[in-house]
Design a protein around this ligand. Structure first.
Ligand SMILES: C[S@@+](CC[C@H](N)C(=O)[O-])C[C@H]1O[C@@H](n2cnc3c(N)ncnc32)[C@H](O)[C@@H]1O
Length: 206
């Protein structure tokens, strides 16, 4: 359904928008590999975490995790992005699921949700639903880790967020444990992207 006056391929809330861009190779957000902070984070973990990567795109990060034996779901609602993810994952292509983040069925909560260029792909009116959904998908003590794009430019995608707005979205369910500038952002995000880790609060503290 497209209740917006925009045609589907111009509405970032719909898969057509992303299909068009993946099929045309117009994907400037694609970093082509695993960002530095994520690689270091994975190395530091004492145990594997059941991981969700929403809006996975080409899914380089999912390949890293799958190769290390992590149970990972690389999720994307665009058929073209899911195809790209399967190609990246090769023998681990079964980790890719083509579905909408907001209503796919979940058998078991996750221990980690990895964020990169997904929140900023969502029109801002979807952000409260994103905050509630990440909280509901994570087990207590589970982590939301990844990259957040900060900008006050009204137009997007990417739709930048203000630090206070991100805090307001997440603080009811999470405490932030890490907040660092990103070391190797792509040019479009450089200087405006931070690596953050948020821990889901225990039920009684939420
Ligand atoms: C800007 S791209 C980022 C892709 C990847 N995370 C990266 O860093 O290269 C945003 C991705 O989110 C996907 N996406 C947007 N809304 C979605 C939704 N509601 N459910 C699942 N995927 C979604 C798009 O299809 C697209 O592949």
């Amino acid at each position: 359904m497209n209740p917006s006056p925009k045609p589907p391929h111009q509405n970032a809330a719909l898969p057509d928008f992303w299909d068009t861009r993946y099929r045309n190779g117009a994907i400037p957000w694609d970093g082509g590999g695993v960002p530095r902070e994520l690689a270091a984070f994975v190395e530091r973990q004492a145990a594997l975490r059941r991981t969700l990567i929403p809006g996975c795109g080409s899914a380089y990060e999912a390949r890293l995790l799958a190769e290390q034996g992590w149970p990972v779901t690389a999720l994307d609602f665009s058929a073209a992005a899911a195809e790209a993810a399967r190609a990246t994952l090769g023998p681990h292509a079964h980790c890719v699921q083509q579905a909408d983040f907001f209503d796919f069925l979940v058998a078991q909560p996750f221990g980690l949700i990895y964020e990169r260029a997904f929140l900023c792909a969502l029109p801002r009116k979807l952000w409260p639903a994103w905050g509630a959904r990440v909280a509901s998908l994570l087990e207590e003590g589970g982590l939301l880790a990844g990259y957040f794009f900060f900008s006050d430019e009204p137009k997007g995608p990417p739709f930048g967020i203000a630090p206070d707005a991100l805090f307001d979205l997440l603080a009811p369910h999470f405490e932030r444990t890490v907040d660092l500038p990103a070391a190797d952002s792509i040019p479009a995000f450089r200087g405006r992207e931070r690596w953050q880790v948020w821990r889901r609060k225990p039920m009684e503290n939420r």
